[in-house]
Design a protein around this ligand. Structure first.
Ligand code: GLP
Length: 241
């Protein structure tokens, strides 16, 4: 893993956006893996600025999002489809049919998960997967456990994850209890991964991700086994050799 440290979040956003933009400039039909949460909002804004300046086009690009809440109407402000439209897709020239977010309201969720993996297999692999990290080390919504899922699946969210995400809702009771997420195997198939970690409160989990044992109890630690991971952070964390 390559670690890039930044003095502030604005510089980090610009660098992360530039990496994604360079990928799309080099390969206009790139397949991008997208993430949600508070972390990528600023870098998506930087991408939009560059698009509006006429310096990049997403007309041939495709995207696959990591995850989606189960049971939240797609029109809900906090559905991940809605998040992506608001923060990125509505402001760039990507074609709607080229953007993919798992359907958390599918009547047959297992079939939806299989279908998502099949689409990714047929249209992939993902060239560059953007990731944030949960305070407990989850990536996508792959929660710490004694074993992790290979493919896309329906996950029960941990209470700490629902607590962390309640800031986006009026009340904890409104935070969905389940989500559909790419599995660890799905994520690890990406050719390259950009992990963005912001805020001093994430320093400990980033340290465990970079320097700790590879364990399903810290799902992000599995990234140590991926050949091409770039970590961008404003945390004061180093590799320990
Ligand atoms: C979310 C998402 C993750 C995200 C993480 C951290 O719930 N499923 O993809 O990386 O939790 O979110 P944030 O960036 O808001 O801290």
């Amino acid at each position: 893993m390559i670690l890039h440290k930044f003095k502030n979040s604005a510089d980090l956003d610009r660098a992360a956006a530039d990496l994604i933009i360079s990928m799309v400039r080099a390969k206009p039909n790139a397949v991008l893996g997208m993430a949600t949460g508070g972390t990528p909002v600023g870098l998506y804004q930087e991408i939009v600025k560059t698009y509006k300046a006429g310096l990049v086009s997403f007309a041939s690009a495709k995207t696959f999002n990591l995850d989606e809440y189960v049971g939240l109407p797609v029109t809900h402000q906090e559905s991940y489809r809605n998040f992506m439209q608001r923060n990125l897709f509505d402001h760039i020239d990507i074609k709607r049919e080229n953007t993919h977010v798992p359907d958390g309201n599918a009547t047959d969720v297992d079939a939806e998960c299989r279908n998502y993996d099949r689409m990714m297999f047929e249209q992939g692999p993902v060239d560059l997967q953007l990731l944030g990290i949960g305070g407990n080390g989850h990536i996508g919504f792959n929660e710490p456990d004694t074993q992790l899922s290979r493919g896309t699946y329906k996950v029960t969210l941990k209470q700490e994850t629902r607590e962390a995400n309640k800031r986006f809702f009026n009340h904890i009771d409104e935070v969905p209890t389940h989500a559909v997420t790419m599995g660890m195997g799905t994520i690890m198939q990406a050719k390259a991964i950009l992990l963005v970690v912001k805020g001093a409160e994430k320093a400990a989990i980033l340290d465990a991700t970079l320097n700790g044992p590879i364990t399903t109890l810290v799902p992000a630690s599995l990234l140590q086994t991926h050949p091409r991971v770039i970590v961008m952070t404003d945390c004061d964390v180093d590799y320990k050799v």
